[in-house]
Design a protein around this ligand. Structure first.
Ligand code: SI3
Length: 290
């Protein structure tokens, strides 16, 4: 089963934008051995996927599978504006043994729902793998309705949704209508609300550094220990608030670097942290024992 907590994997780059392969392996191990996650979501937003080329995406899939083997679940995000690239990546990840694919809803052009449906069905047909729809309206501008989710679910290979939205009414409607579909929540700062809403798990960038707290929030909320879960969510959100203020991906990488991991830089045009930012990261790491 694909339920559980997944880190949206960070990918380390050098200053020229090349992947630091040994650092990538260290981040995978950190997630498995220290953060205790159930799986990884590879080449999503947190992997800076939309800033790298096809060969780099394939190399990330390859290294992660080689390092993680069958220890955890692996979801390959293959969504792209070039459908041929999505299919190529989907076939590649499937041949490596990835447990499922995921694809962001196509963005930039105002695609019709028929076009979006065509995109998902084409990737599934070409790869034969399971598909998790990656819905993140704040970044894509694509808001799928419950009826549209239903239509996508008509393809049995669409096993679920990565739901990165704060619309808890829609989430409740989806949960009630599709009790057997997988729903993985995408906003780490709203994990408790998502858990109470009945999601099957979550995918998050901050779980690369804060996976143990996320586990407690999720399990306590599922057991109905809401106050205890909320106490940890409050502390978690103190961390997330500061991480967001500094810049999410460079800050998460700086936290990993402070722990001795070769987490590298973000890929330009994303900007690195300045010295003041790096000092703030040091206090964050020691204050919250990250
Ligand atoms: O790699 C990914 O696709 C994600 O990390 C998605 C995930 O929903 C994250 N979203 C983005 C845009 O980074 C969240 O984990 C997010 O970073 C976190 O909730 C802080 O806002």
């Amino acid at each position: 089963m694909m339920k559980g907590l997944y880190s949206a994997l960070l990918v380390p780059f050098d200053k020229e934008g090349n992947i630091l392969e040994s650092g990538l392996r260290q981040i995978v191990r950190q997630n498995i051995d220290v953060q205790g996650i159930d799986g990884l979501y590879i080449n999503g937003s947190s992997g800076e996927n939309f800033l790298i080329n096809t060969e780099q995406k394939k190399r990330v899939f390859e290294i992660v599978k080689d390092e993680a083997g069958d220890e955890i679940k692996l979801i390959a995000q293959v969504g792209a504006l070039d459908l041929n690239e999505s299919i190529e990546l989907g076939k590649f990840a499937t041949s490596l043994g990835y447990d499922a694919l995921s694809a962001v809803t196509p963005f930039y052009y105002p695609f019709s729902f028929e076009e979006i449906k065509y995109y998902y069905n084409a990737i599934i047909e070409a790869t034969g793998n399971d598909m998790i729809i990656y819905s993140i309206p704040a970044l894509t501008g694509v808001n799928l309705s419950i009826q549209q989710f239903e239509e996508l679910f008509e393809n049995e290979k669409v096993i679920g949704i990565k739901y990165t939205a704060a619309d808890f009414f829609l989430l409740e409607r989806i949960r009630k209508a599709f009790p057997d579909k997988l729903i993985l929540s995408g906003f780490d700062e709203m994990l408790i609300q998502a858990a109470i809403s009945g999601v099957d798990g979550a995918i998050g960038s901050t779980y690369n550094i804060n996976g143990q707290r996320a586990r407690k929030i999720f399990e306590l909320a599922k057991q109905g220990n809401i106050q205890e879960a909320y106490d940890i969510q409050h502390e978690t959100n103190d961390i997330i608030e500061q991480v967001l203020a500094l810049g999410i991906y460079p800050t998460l990488k700086a936290v990993l670097s402070a722990k001795g991991i070769e987490a590298g830089e973000v890929k330009r045009p994303l900007a690195p942290l300045d010295n003041e930012g790096l000092e703030k990261v040091k206090s964050l790491v020691s204050k919250y024992n990250l």
